[in-house]
Design a protein around this ligand. Structure first.
Ligand SMILES: [Zn+2]
Length: 321
């Protein structure tokens, strides 16, 4: 119990103050003190709602640990206990990868046009405006040139928060311009994807981006410049079936779901039981679709290492004609 017998003048004042605020409080029952002094236990669902202010903690979906948001942010949105990779915004990714102040963004103001006047549950124009407001982005990709450990690279990063990272005409055009700039300036190319695929609101204009981005990537490859495609959770459909799968090196984050059609569609169509771990990065590494799984916190170092190796090698190949 509280040490009332040790009360000093100031302590008495405190008690008095409390009493004036909550005069109707009845004495706590025996054993209540223990509960009061107990710190909220991480992972405890019982005390979570009452003791933890909303927006400060996030529950890890894999290991159910309650993670302090500030620490989660400092850890690049990776669970410190089990290594689960949470979604991360495009700007945060860029900040984690490139040297401070080295990133020069390209086509930052390019926005989509509602060519088809798409209406449905919500009009495309309204959806675009809503996502622009909530993400602070004009569309689902940020492109530009920056430095990673001294390597100047052309970098494109998709943000899944903007309409599921879907590739419409702006995403396709920005990526194509990025790839063409990389070819022109002789820079390595890195594209980090997180996308549900082509953007249905732009119909065939979205599908055209698949060929356009791949065409630009082919010219980049012809110039013997390295292209690293980094797949994050989730990368699917029209994006996986185009520029994302033609990298010289294809990396993925641990546990990322990667594929063309989703597992449910495949299961329903083929009527076959899918193997465990189907479409995870680990499964695809075992089956040869990707080259390496790189944890987010090691990404900068590993990318820098690969770039060093690949640019040296490509220079040698080029010199041989
Ligand atoms: Zn966890």
């Amino acid at each position: 119990m509280l040490h009332l017998n040790m009360a000093t003048t100031t302590f008495s004042k405190k008690i008095l103050g409390l009493e004036t605020v909550e005069p109707a409080v009845t004495p706590p029952p025996a054993g209540a003190e223990a509960a009061f002094n107990k710190k909220p236990k991480l992972g405890s669902t019982k005390s979570k709602k009452r003791d933890i202010p909303e927006g400060l903690w996030t529950k890890c979906p894999k290991c159910t640990t309650m993670l302090f948001d500030k620490e989660l942010d400092d850890n690049l949105k990776v669970c410190a206990k089990c290594g689960h990779h949470f979604p991360i915004g495009a700007r945060e990714r860029i900040n984690a990868l490139v040297e401070t102040c080295s990133f020069e963004e390209m086509d930052a103001q390019m926005t989509s046009v509602d060519v088809l006047k798409f209406t449905g549950v919500a009009a495309y124009a309204d959806k675009l405006a809503g996502h622009q407001k909530s993400t602070g982005l004009k569309d689902a990709v940020i492109t530009g040139v920056g430095k990673i450990d001294g390597h100047r690279v052309a970098l494109g990063v998709i943000d899944f928060n903007f309409l599921g990272g879907s590739m419409g005409s702006v995403v396709g055009e920005k990526l194509t311009r990025l790839i063409e700039a990389a070819t022109e300036k002789g820079l390595p190319l890195i594209i980090i994807s997180a996308s549900g695929g082509a953007r249905m609101y732009e119909g065939m204009f979205s599908l055209m981006q698949m060929a356009k981005t791949c065409g630009a990537a082919a010219y980049h490859a012809k110039a013997r410049l390295p292209y690293l495609s980094i797949l994050t959770d989730p990368t699917y459909a029209g994006v996986m079936a185009s520029y994302a799968s033609v990298g010289d090196l294809i990396l993925a984050e641990p546990g990322a779901m990667i594929g063309f059609a989703g597992p449910r569609v495949i299961k329903d169509t083929t009527q076959v039981e899918l193997p465990p771990g189907f479409q995870t990065a680990e499964f695809l590494l075992d089956h040869g679709l990707i080259d390496a799984i790189v944890p987010r916190k090691e990404m900068k170092e590993r990318v820098s290492h690969y770039l060093e190796h690949m640019t040296e090698r490509m220079k040698k190949v080029a010199s041989l004609g």
